[in-house]
Design a protein around this ligand. Structure first.
Ligand SMILES: O=P(O)(O)OC[C@H]1O[C@H](OP(=O)(O)OP(=O)(O)O)[C@H](O)[C@@H]1O
Ligand code: HPA
Ligand SMILES: [Mg+2]
Length: 169
């Protein structure tokens, strides 16, 4: 079943929220200093990771690829996750920052946390079911809200109110 609500995120808003996350993470590395490096959870974590890395002056970026295929052709009805590429450079994660765009059910975060138990785990957005799995986040949305990211959407023509009202819309 599709969730009834959408939360649309523009490029501008994503940049602002990622910078807000960088402010929150500043000084949260080992002994109150910088993180050793960033692990981006592909693909959604790649752009937040680039923005946060720029703000925190972090140049060492690792990635972890977790693939959870949609079941029955439905993006929102997801199956079991598989790790297509482990974050080898990050060891057990101690001193590292892990970044993703959001945590929803927590399935992805659980898999990555098991590989990197020592890392600080951060997302820009969080839903209640996944929130306990992240150390830092910026904005919480309800579980039945689907976040529309700018890379998944495009602006399109919308009929004027008068015309859509006349059509009964
Ligand atoms: O908490 P969860 O229920 O695991 O959902 C959150 C994950 O889902 C999305 O990734 P997705 O698996 O769609 O892949 P993508 O990042 O490659 O688009 C999102 O980027 C998170 O990684
Ligand atoms: O709310 C969401 N939006 C986009 N991708 C997602 N993957 C899991 N939850 C979401
Ligand atoms: Mg993802």
């Amino acid at each position: 079943m599709s969730p009834p609500r959408y939360y649309t995120v523009t490029w501008d808003q994503l940049h602002r929220d990622a910078k807000a996350l960088a402010w929150r993470l500043h000084g949260k590395g080992p002994e109150g200093g910088a993180f050793k490096g960033i692990v981006a959870i592909t693909r959604g974590g790649l752009i937040p990771a680039a923005i946060v890395a720029r703000e925190l002056d972090c140049r060492l970026i690792e990635s972890v690829s977790v693939i959870t295929y949609g079941k029955d052709g439905e993006e929102q009805n997801r199956g079991e996750p598989t790790v297509a590429k482990p974050p080898v450079a990050a060891g057990d994660g101690t001193g590292w920052l892990v970044l993703d765009d959001l945590v929803d059910t927590g399935t992805t975060a659980r898999v990555v946390r098991a590989m990197l138990p020592g890392a600080h785990f951060a997302t820009i957005y969080a839903k209640p079911a996944g929130r306990p799995l992240v150390d830092s986040f910026i904005t919480e949305v309800s579980q039945d809200t689907w976040i529309l990211f700018p890379w998944d959407t495009e602006p399109q023509f919308v009929a004027p109110i008068a015309r859509s009202a006349a059509a009964g819309g």
